[in-house]
Design a protein around this ligand. Structure first.
Ligand SMILES: [Zn+2]
Length: 420
């Protein structure tokens, strides 16, 4: 959101439209209610009325009340985000206190509202949550059972009868956040890792867990484990099963390099006097291969084109040294800043290119370096986090949208996630 946009948002405090009540038609302008240019109070987008004139509640002498308490009163217009809004809804709903992922909300006649009177979703009679979103025809997105976070409700149903329920995520540890719980489920035998190993895994995957992709990819492709890989690679992602195995020894080496240098290390190559840049994020790299399996054909094609463009330029400006049999981008010391690939290894194929770029993008410091080195792929990764439905295959598109809506409501996922 730009600065201008957010300034605008703070001004647009309430909805705009019309209120019909007691045979009168009142104008609502950014929340302020008028009848013949006289102020009659303020309407919040969740249906909360404040500073009301006696017109709305003379008998009770109340200055604040819910629109639902006024028989026959209806608002029609748009909310603070410009989405069509009618209050109250045609069908009555439950009312009470909702706690979603430890965040408190009020439920008023089915509407889930924040303590500062934003209308963020609906609670139905089955205890299911529908998040209010712009990109759906009825502005609602159902949070499916895989996406629902810990939920408790205490109140009454639409018929006014007492009603309570609780939903707990399976296999979740109550003392951990959603983000950590998902990483623990993804990384087999997480509890057996050492302190520094745990820290490295949590740091590497935090972004992917918080935006929901880790959960969706794990369900689609499988999880990750430590093992022994014979041919000396740091990790492998099985093409058929999608499971990741990381080599124990190499894993330790990655952690040590990451601790000392951060995302990238510049290593000397056996090919003197050349250098090779290295990304120290093997867990995120292998996860990147799993993500690739979940992308649409069109996205995979885009990545391949980005890679081939880089390869062409790399071959022209930094040709492989005479006698070098490998496929990495090797650089003379003064060429490091002008390299074409984020890491030497990213040159070897479009699959490794993607995995290396995704790995670097996982950490804030790496994201900034990737933006400077390869802006097109950086921007594609930004889109993958913020608008994954544009890039993933249809099979996982609904799950990721449901999950992101749920994580947004539960405060785990924000549009400014990449700033942290
Ligand atoms: Zn790889």
């Amino acid at each position: 959101m730009s600065a201008a946009n957010s300034a605008e948002q703070t001004q647009l405090k309430g909805p705009s439209g019309f209120i019909e009540y007691r045979g009168q038609m009142l104008v609502v302008d950014y929340g302020r209610i008028y009848l013949e240019s006289e102020s009659y109070g303020f309407l919040c987008e969740d249906g909360f009325l404040k500073e009301t004139s006696p017109f709305f509640g003379t008998k009770e002498r109340k200055q604040t009340l819910w629109i639902d308490e006024l028989p026959g009163c209806v608002f029609r217009g748009i909310d603070t985000n410009g989405l069509a809004l009618e209050l109250p809804a045609a069908e009555p709903g439950p009312s009470g206190d909702l706690v979603y992922n430890n965040l408190p909300f009020d439920v008023v006649n089915g509407r889930i509202v924040t303590k500062d009177h934003r209308y963020v979703g609906d609670l139905d009679e089955a205890g299911r949550v529908h998040v209010r979103v712009a990109d759906s025809p009825d502005f609602k997105r159902l949070v499916d059972e895989y996406a629902q976070l810990h939920t408790t409700f205490v109140g009454e149903n639409a018929q006014g009868e007492e009603w309570e329920f609780e939903y707990a995520r399976p296999l979740n540890r109550r003392d951990k956040t959603y983000v950590d719980n998902e990483i623990i489920r993804y990384f087999e035998d997480f509890d057996k890792l050492t302190g520094p190993q745990k820290k490295y895994v949590l740091e590497s995957l935090h972004l992917w867990s918080a935006c929901g992709l880790l959960q969706v990819v794990r369900k689609s492709e499988g999880n990750c484990m430590l093992g022994n890989i014979k041919h000396g690679a740091a990790g492998v992602t099985a093409v058929r099963t999608g499971y990741v195995t990381l080599d124990r020894t190499e894993f330790e080496k990655e952690i040590d390099l990451f601790r000392r240098f951060g995302t990238l290390a510049v290593m000397t190559s056996p090919q003197k006097p050349y250098l090779e840049v290295r990304v120290n994020l093997v867990v995120a790299h292998e996860f990147g291969h799993q993500v690739e399996f979940c992308l649409s054909q069109a996205t995979q094609e885009r990545i391949r084109e980005m890679y081939e463009e880089r390869l062409k330029n790399c071959n022209r400006v930094h040709p492989r040294p005479r006698g070098y049999e490998g496929y990495c981008e090797l650089l003379e010391p003064q060429q490091v800043a002008q390299r074409f690939f984020m890491s030497g290894y990213a040159r070897s194929s479009h699959h490794e290119y993607w995995a290396e770029c995704l790995a670097a993008f996982s950490i804030k410091e790496g994201r900034e370096k990737l933006k400077a080195c390869d802006k097109p792929v950086h921007d594609l990764l930004v889109e993958l986090v913020l608008k994954p439905q544009n890039l993933v295959s249809r099979v996982v598109s609904d799950s990721i949208m449901s999950l992101q809506s749920s994580l947004h409501l539960g405060g785990e996922f924000h549009q400014d996630i990449l700033q942290n």
